[in-house]
Design a protein around this ligand. Structure first.
Ligand code: SAM
Length: 216
């Protein structure tokens, strides 16, 4: 394990009726078992995109539907969110999406080969706003270095926050990684769906700090 630090908050919300149904009856269609993932077999001729912390999955679903040549694996610990996403994916007939309900860092360490991922996305990670919790932020040098071992050369690393001091931390951590070419985006690219947390940030008047990096 690369770190014993938990990057997520335990949450106790209950699944909606749809999410509950999905977790009981539809999960087998979307769940990726842990193991050595062979993307050439699982999703031949697809770009492999790993999303860490997909939340309720709104953005993931919109993205997967609009990009059928991508295979999106969503790693999320919040079971009701995953249930809701599966329910909507099934309703919409979306086939290029999979989920795992477990700590993403454990899953990646156990299941993903080095240099095999086309893109990691970590959109609006938990901000851990108190100074004493900053060590739990997922954009951390050790974690970024670990994820980069799994990314192909030319692969993308895309992260976003609405908290100014986390934006500064992201910029510092990413710029210090000599393997990345870092671009700070001035505005949301047209192809990126708006996420639930981004909508909340906009309503509260917070600006967005978005980094789209390429592994050299
Ligand atoms: C602030 S929410 C953002 C959700 C979504 N990306 C959005 O923008 O609406 C962050 C999510 O990341 C998940 N998360 C944080 N660390 C994680 C980890 N190590 N493994 C899996 N999920 C994680 C949390 O459970 C939470 O749902």
């Amino acid at each position: 394990m690369i770190t014993n630090v938990r990057t997520f908050h335990p949450r106790r919300s209950r699944p909606s009726t749809g999410a509950k149904y999905a977790l009981e009856h539809l999960v087998h269609k979307y769940l990726m078992p842990i193991g050595d993932w062979n993307f050439d077999e699982l999703a031949p001729d697809h770009r492999i995109v790993i999303e860490i912390g997909s939340g309720m999955g709104e953005a993931a679903l919109a993205y997967a539907q609009a990009n059928p040549a991508d295979f999106l694996v969503c790693l999320e610990v919040h079971t009701p969110g995953v249930g809701s996403m599966i329910f909507k994916a099934d309703e919409a007939g979306i086939k290029n999406i999979r989920v795992v309900v477990r700590d993403a860092l454990e899953v990646i360490a156990e299941s993903i080969a080095d240099n095999s991922v086309d893109e990691f996305r970590i959109w609006f990670p938990d901000p851990w706003r108190k100074q004493k919790h900053h060590h739990r932020r997922i954009i951390h040098p050790e974690i970024v270095d670990f994820l980069l071992t799994k990314l192909k050369s030319g692969g993308k690393f895309h992260t976003i926050t609405d908290w100014p001091d986390y934006g500064v931390q992201m910029e510092r951590v990413l710029a210090a990684t000599t393997q990345l070419q870092v671009t700070k985006l001035a505005q949301r690219p047209d192809w990126r769906p708006i996420t639930k947390f981004e909508r909340r940030a906009q309503e509260a008047g917070r600006s967005i700090h978005e980094f789209l990096c390429v592994k050299k």
